[in-house]
Design a protein around this ligand. Structure first.
Ligand SMILES: [Zn+2]
Length: 146
Protein backbone atom coordinates (compact mmCIF):
# COMPACT_ATOMS: atom_id res chain seq x y z
CA UNK A 1 0.00 0.00 0.00
CA UNK A 2 1.28 3.43 -0.95
CA UNK A 3 1.90 6.11 1.65
CA UNK A 4 -0.51 9.04 1.46
CA UNK A 5 0.81 12.04 -0.38
CA UNK A 6 -1.87 13.04 -2.74
CA UNK A 7 -2.52 15.80 -5.16
CA UNK A 8 -6.16 16.28 -5.95
CA UNK A 9 -8.59 18.51 -7.72
CA UNK A 10 -11.38 20.28 -5.92
CA UNK A 11 -14.23 18.02 -4.88
CA UNK A 12 -16.31 16.89 -7.81
CA UNK A 13 -20.04 16.65 -7.01
CA UNK A 14 -21.37 13.10 -6.63
CA UNK A 15 -23.63 13.51 -9.67
CA UNK A 16 -20.61 14.13 -11.92
CA UNK A 17 -18.65 11.30 -10.32
CA UNK A 18 -21.47 8.80 -10.98
CA UNK A 19 -21.42 9.59 -14.71
CA UNK A 20 -17.66 9.70 -15.07
CA UNK A 21 -15.39 6.70 -15.33
CA UNK A 22 -12.24 8.82 -15.51
CA UNK A 23 -9.85 8.86 -12.60
CA UNK A 24 -6.88 11.00 -11.67
CA UNK A 25 -3.46 9.75 -12.65
CA UNK A 26 -0.04 10.84 -11.41
CA UNK A 27 3.53 10.60 -12.64
CA UNK A 28 6.82 11.65 -11.09
CA UNK A 29 8.85 14.00 -13.28
CA UNK A 30 12.57 13.21 -13.25
CA UNK A 31 15.08 15.46 -14.96
CA UNK A 32 17.18 18.55 -14.53
CA UNK A 33 17.11 22.32 -14.61
CA UNK A 34 19.21 24.25 -17.13
CA UNK A 35 19.08 28.06 -16.96
CA UNK A 36 15.34 28.81 -17.13
CA UNK A 37 14.39 25.38 -18.55
CA UNK A 38 13.17 22.31 -16.71
CA UNK A 39 13.58 19.16 -18.80
CA UNK A 40 12.10 15.96 -17.47
CA UNK A 41 10.53 12.58 -18.11
CA UNK A 42 7.31 11.23 -16.63
CA UNK A 43 7.84 8.03 -14.66
CA UNK A 44 6.09 5.85 -12.02
CA UNK A 45 2.50 6.09 -13.12
CA UNK A 46 -0.13 5.76 -10.37
CA UNK A 47 -3.92 5.76 -10.62
CA UNK A 48 -6.29 7.28 -8.08
CA UNK A 49 -9.98 8.04 -7.80
CA UNK A 50 -12.09 10.65 -9.59
CA UNK A 51 -10.85 13.45 -7.34
CA UNK A 52 -7.48 12.41 -5.93
CA UNK A 53 -4.38 10.35 -6.55
CA UNK A 54 -1.64 9.11 -4.24
CA UNK A 55 2.04 8.77 -4.87
CA UNK A 56 4.79 6.99 -2.99
CA UNK A 57 6.55 9.67 -0.94
CA UNK A 58 9.44 7.34 -0.13
CA UNK A 59 10.38 7.49 -3.84
CA UNK A 60 10.38 11.29 -3.54
CA UNK A 61 12.86 11.26 -0.69
CA UNK A 62 15.04 8.66 -2.44
CA UNK A 63 15.58 10.64 -5.64
CA UNK A 64 17.74 13.68 -6.22
CA UNK A 65 16.56 13.97 -9.83
CA UNK A 66 12.90 14.62 -9.05
CA UNK A 67 11.84 17.99 -10.50
CA UNK A 68 8.09 17.73 -9.91
CA UNK A 69 4.90 15.86 -10.66
CA UNK A 70 2.36 15.59 -13.41
CA UNK A 71 -1.20 14.59 -12.58
CA UNK A 72 -4.50 14.64 -14.39
CA UNK A 73 -7.75 16.40 -13.68
CA UNK A 74 -10.20 14.15 -15.54
CA UNK A 75 -13.00 16.59 -16.36
CA UNK A 76 -12.53 20.16 -15.33
CA UNK A 77 -10.22 22.38 -13.34
CA UNK A 78 -7.28 23.35 -15.50
CA UNK A 79 -5.94 25.30 -12.55
CA UNK A 80 -4.10 23.88 -9.55
CA UNK A 81 -6.55 23.07 -6.75
CA UNK A 82 -6.21 24.16 -3.15
CA UNK A 83 -4.91 20.70 -2.30
CA UNK A 84 -2.41 20.89 -5.16
CA UNK A 85 -1.13 24.21 -3.77
CA UNK A 86 -0.86 22.77 -0.26
CA UNK A 87 0.95 19.65 -1.48
CA UNK A 88 3.37 21.60 -3.68
CA UNK A 89 4.18 24.14 -0.97
CA UNK A 90 4.95 21.33 1.47
CA UNK A 91 7.29 19.57 -0.94
CA UNK A 92 9.10 22.77 -1.96
CA UNK A 93 9.81 23.39 1.74
CA UNK A 94 10.79 19.76 2.40
CA UNK A 95 13.07 19.32 -0.62
CA UNK A 96 14.30 22.95 -0.55
CA UNK A 97 14.06 23.40 -4.32
CA UNK A 98 11.67 24.66 -7.00
CA UNK A 99 9.23 22.04 -8.33
CA UNK A 100 6.99 21.62 -11.37
CA UNK A 101 3.27 20.95 -11.05
CA UNK A 102 1.99 19.80 -14.45
CA UNK A 103 -1.76 19.19 -14.78
CA UNK A 104 -3.13 17.16 -17.67
CA UNK A 105 -6.55 18.49 -18.54
CA UNK A 106 -8.65 17.85 -21.64
CA UNK A 107 -10.29 21.28 -21.52
CA UNK A 108 -7.08 23.06 -22.56
CA UNK A 109 -6.05 23.18 -26.21
CA UNK A 110 -2.61 21.69 -25.61
CA UNK A 111 -3.89 19.20 -23.03
CA UNK A 112 -2.00 20.39 -20.00
CA UNK A 113 -0.88 23.37 -17.93
CA UNK A 114 2.32 23.77 -15.90
CA UNK A 115 3.22 25.76 -12.82
CA UNK A 116 6.55 26.18 -11.09
CA UNK A 117 6.40 26.47 -7.32
CA UNK A 118 9.41 28.05 -5.65
CA UNK A 119 10.46 29.60 -2.39
CA UNK A 120 10.73 33.37 -2.30
CA UNK A 121 12.17 34.28 1.08
CA UNK A 122 9.62 32.98 3.58
CA UNK A 123 6.74 32.33 1.18
CA UNK A 124 6.17 29.81 -1.60
CA UNK A 125 5.07 31.40 -4.83
CA UNK A 126 3.92 29.81 -8.07
CA UNK A 127 3.74 30.88 -11.67
CA UNK A 128 2.12 29.39 -14.74
CA UNK A 129 4.89 28.67 -17.26
CA UNK A 130 5.25 27.85 -20.94
CA UNK A 131 5.56 24.12 -21.50
CA UNK A 132 5.39 21.27 -23.95
CA UNK A 133 4.50 17.66 -23.18
CA UNK A 134 5.28 15.04 -25.81
CA UNK A 135 4.47 11.54 -24.61
CA UNK A 136 6.56 11.33 -21.43
CA UNK A 137 8.90 14.26 -22.20
CA UNK A 138 8.09 17.51 -20.40
CA UNK A 139 9.89 20.80 -20.99
CA UNK A 140 8.96 23.91 -19.01
CA UNK A 141 10.33 27.39 -19.56
CA UNK A 142 10.24 30.03 -16.89
CA UNK A 143 10.42 33.63 -18.11
CA UNK A 144 13.23 34.44 -15.71
CA UNK A 145 16.03 32.29 -14.38
CA UNK A 146 15.02 30.80 -11.02
ZN1 LIG B 1 -4.79 18.57 -8.92
Amino acid sequence: MQKRGFLCSTRIPDKIMENNMSVEECWFVYGFKFLNLYIGFLKYHSIGSAAEVDFDWEKVLASKNLIGWCHSHPDHFEVASGTDHKTMRSWVRTLEKSLICCIKCKTTIKGHVCYIFRRNKKTIENQKVKSILIHNLLICQHLTQL
